[in-house]
Ligand binder design. Structure first.
Ligand code: ZN
Length: 132
């Protein structure tokens, strides 16, 4: 089997998606962080107890190249929350990815991006990192 690189892509049929992550990036700009904070409050007000809200990560962690927080949600919210994010992201960059069988593939092959597409630090995932 050829080695997987950043350029490798394979279509998948992975149906064992456990849940989804939306990563909301805000970098090191206070005004952008404020926008991201408002989005976080709105999402929590709309789906209290249904979304699993991550804390603010003010420094880049794992594969994420910028400060961000994550919103984790299950299948049954997908059709509601994804369009809601489209209309409410306020120009923020959002990475949406499935959590299925392999963190590298989930981030490198199967993500949806809203706004600017960032370069993920995929080497964190190839190394077996699960902090995604
Ligand atoms: Zn994630």
């Amino acid at each position: 089997m050829p080695e997987t690189t950043d350029k490798t892509f394979e279509n998948g049929d992975e149906t064992k998606i456990n849940y989804y992550h939306a990563h909301i990036y805000y970098g090191d700009d206070d005004a952008v962080r404020e926008k991201a904070s408002r989005l976080r409050e709105k999402a929590w007000a709309k789906w209290p107890g249904q979304v699993r809200m991550g804390r603010f990560r003010d420094t880049a962690v794992g594969p994420h190249p910028q400060a961000m927080y994550q919103i984790e949600f299950d299948h049954d919210l997908f059709a509601e929350i994804v369009p809601w994010l489209m209309y409410n992201r306020d120009d923020l960059t959002i990475l949406l990815h499935p959590d299925a069988e392999d963190a590298f593939r989930d981030h490198a092959w199967y993500p949806l991006w809203m706004g600017e597409k960032l370069d993920l630090r995929l080497e964190f995932l190839r190394a077996g990192g699960r902090q995604a």
